[in-house]
Design a protein around this ligand. Structure first.
Ligand SMILES: CC(C)(COP(=O)(O)OP(=O)(O)OC[C@H]1O[C@@H](n2cnc3c(N)ncnc32)[C@H](O)[C@@H]1OP(=O)(O)O)[C@@H](O)C(=O)NCCC(=O)NCCS
Length: 216
């Protein structure tokens, strides 16, 4: 559908996250570049240019809590080395925000994982997690932590699958509580801690303790 906006002809479309987007019109002779499941997905470190698209992606991925756009910009810049963007045909279809907590230099804390609805079930979330664990920035990481609400089956399945792949133990415990921490306005958040595992960058002689028991 085409609409007039600010005196300029714009194309109003729906991106892969189901979000309305305004884009400058393509040149008449330019071939359309439809995004299909066959289009390869590129993984890369985020930049400040991803902030607005990340904000829209998170909004389209309930039950994720939306953050301010400014917070998303910090995730894409200050924490770029522990974040990952997935792009298909120029559109942001996946993102993981994370950081290494200052008091836990051996731990990658995964803040949010978002995969556009159109791109789910292709293994993208796990691919992004594995790629993050192969970054130089995470070479010293032996544990992965994240918090998950009890009812988020997809998220539990994702991190349990990762723990199996890493052959690492996984523990869960109540972390932020509905009444005490959220004032009743949010479900409990359980902390899932995976590890120790061997860094994918380390050689076989390192971290012998990394071979843990299966997920219990
Ligand atoms: C959770 C989410 C990131 C998964 O993304 P995805 O790319 O579809 O996940 P993957 O394809 O990598 O799947 C990884 C594993 O989780 C399993 N899984 C994924 N979604 C699932 C679901 N809805 N129900 C059950 N299992 C699921 C897959 O079967 C796979 O298991 P396997 O490796 O044993 O085969 C995506 O559904 C999403 O963005 N949801 C909304 C936001 C959210 O809840 N984020 C997580 C909290 S931070």
């Amino acid at each position: 559908m085409q609409i007039r906006s600010k005196g300029e002809l714009m194309i109003r479309g729906i991106n892969s996250c189901g979000i309305a987007t305004d884009e400058a019109p393509a040149a008449a002779e330019e071939e359309p570049r439809p995004s299909t499941p066959a289009t390869p997905i590129i993984l890369r470190q985020p930049t400040g240019n991803d902030g607005a698209a990340l904000h829209r992606l998170v909004a389209a991925c309930p039950p994720l809590d939306p953050n301010s756009l400014y917070c998303n910009l910090l995730q894409c810049t200050h924490f770029a080395s522990t974040g990952i963007a997935a792009e298909r045909a120029g559109e942001l279809v996946g993102f993981i925000s994370g950081y290494i907590p200052p008091a836990q230099p051996d731990t990658l804390f995964v803040w949010q994982v978002a995969v556009a609805a159109s791109t789910r079930g292709e293994g993208l979330a796990k691919r992004m997690l594995r790629e993050l664990l192969q970054r130089p920035a995470t070479a010293g990481v032996r544990y992965l932590e994240t918090t998950i609400t009890p009812g988020n089956a997809a998220s539990w399945a994702l991190f349990e699958s990762l723990a199996r792949d890493l052959q690492a133990p996984a523990e869960r415990q109540l972390h932020f509580e509905r009444a005490r921490h959220f004032g009743g306005a949010h479900d409990d958040e359980l902390l899932m801690r995976i590890g120790p595992f061997k860094s994918p960058l380390a050689d076989d002689t390192q971290a012998p303790e990394a071979r843990g028991s299966p997920l219990t």
